[in-house]
Write a protein that binds this ligand. Structure first.
Ligand code: FAD
Length: 401
């Protein structure tokens, strides 16, 4: 009898943890697992801002997928999914390869939402993937080099559009990392401007007042100019245009104003809601019992009106339940209902400050920064045990990109 084929699309948080949990749950020979990802490394998305400013080595946040999976249990394919044929249970890859499945997990993550604002897609930089973050770093260093030739101050103006969690993490990183980059390029850091543009009245507007105050004061201490209550109208290669005829001459605009599901899911012929794949309480695509979906590309309703946000925390909690429900389906057992437990959120502002909420407790300062490190280390520990933590932080070898 042929073994059932389980195919997982995407090796981000949701995909890699689903495959690792399946490796544990499945008995020898019970099913084949195939994991497909665009690149042969898994990256720590929650730390991409560090890659963007060059404050961390690439190897710290990009981990070889073949090193993470058990090659006796999981077949890893480096390939880009082009589409899925749900009716014939086939995954098509760029280049023409086709993979059959009996059970499918879509975990293809997010892409940047530009809200149709002119010029953002073409001229702003996105913190979306390891590569796009690396592109930010190369762009910044290019501007520093060009400044030495033309002394154009717009090359030393770095704008982060969006003052949410990712935005303040990027601002903190720029404030901490740019002095060093300027030193390396013989440019006086005093000439650098770091600007935050936010449409709401403050940064992290969804947080308690005290957290907003702390984040605002910390960014101001870093000399970040906060332009709040300002809507962005257009982005060109040389400037950002805002409401009320305001303009910011700048050649580095880092866009951090929101995400949406990876638009590739639109090609799968699945029913979509808000551009995402709606799933039932077992994480199965509605009315399709052999297709599951986790993470940012899926839509899980918390109740009748609201749905879970696109966060690593959600993807990481969904993945083990998804794996368990695939195994239960194979064995004809009862499926588990997915229940989300929010454990809190912490955003770093550079290496020594952070702001967050864990339960009813507000975190800030050095303790918050420490907690952020603990959260990251815990993820690496779950992924590959203590050996992975040591390897990521002390290994010296080639960078993945
Ligand atoms: P992803 O982790 O995005 O994984 C998707 C995978 O699919 C990737 O490996 C990608 O390469 C692959 N892929 C995409 N398209 C294809 C294709 N066509 N073919 C093959 N493979 C493909 N969340 C938190 O909970 N806490 C935080 O502190 C936090 N901080 C963040 C900071 C930043 C800078 C950013 C950008 C996000 C942050 N998030 C945070 C959100 C979090 O990173 C996402 O919610 C999470 O990555 C979603 O996991 P996922 O598995 O759905 O998708």
């Amino acid at each position: 009898m042929t073994k059932p084929k389980i195919v997982i699309l995407g090796a981000g948080y949701g995909g890699i943890i689903t495959s690792k949990r399946l490796e544990k749950l499945l008995k020898d020979g019970e099913a084949d697992i195939t994991l497909i990802n665009k690149h042969d490394y898994h990256y720590i998305t929650t730390q991409l801002h560090k890659i963007g400013v060059g404050t961390a080595a690439d190897r710290q946040f990009a981990i070889s997928i073949p090193d993470l999976v058990d090659s006796n249990k999981t077949r890893f394919i480096k390939g880009a999914v082009s589409t899925v044929d749900i009716q014939n249970q086939l995954v098509h890859l760029d280049g023409g390869d086709t993979i059959e499945y009996d059970y499918l997990v879509t975990a293809l993550g997010f892409e940047v939402e530009t809200f149709g604002i002119p010029g953002i897609k073409e001229n702003a930089l996105a913190i979306r993937s390891f590569r796009s973050s690396k592109a930010i770093y190369h762009h910044i260093t290019k501007q520093l080099n060009l400044y030495k030739e033309d002394q154009d101050p717009s090359r030393l103006t770095f704008v982060v559009a969006g003052g949410g969690f990712t935005g303040i993490e990027m601002l903190g990183e720029l404030a901490e990392g740019l002095p060093n980059l300027c030193r390396q390029h013989n440019i006086p850091f005093e000439k650098v401007k770091i600007i935050a543009v936010e449409a709401a009245q403050s940064v992290i507007p969804f947080f308690p007042k005290q957290s907003i105050k702390y984040a605002t004061e910390t960014l101001e201490k870093f000399n970040v100019e906060l332009m709040t209550s300002k809507k962005i109208l257009e982005c060109t290669p040389e400037k950002l245009l805002l409401e009320s005829d305001l303009e910011i001459p700048a050649r580095t605009i880092i866009w951090s104003c929101g995400v949406k599901a990876n638009s590739i899911v639109e090609k799968f012929g699945l029913p979509l809601e808000k551009g995402k794949i709606p799933v039932d309480s077992y994480l199965r695509v509605k009315n399709i019992t052999n297709v599951f979906s986790v993470g940012d590309c899926s839509l899980f309703m918390k109740d009748e009106k609201s749905y879970l946000p696109p966060t690593a925390q959600v993807a990481l909690q969904q993945a083990p339940v998804c794996a368990q429900n695939i195994v239960s389906t194979l064995r004809g057992n009862e499926l588990k209902v997915f229940e989300y437990h929010h454990k809190g959120s912490v955003a770093s502002i550079g290496n020594f400050a952070a702001v967050g909420l864990v339960g009813r407790f507000r975190l800030s300062g050095l303790f918050g920064a420490f907690m952020k490190q603990v959260i990251e280390a815990r993820y690496l520990f779950n992924l590959g045990g203590p050996a992975l933590i040591l390897k990521q932080h002390f290994r010296i070898d080639r960078d993945p990109v």
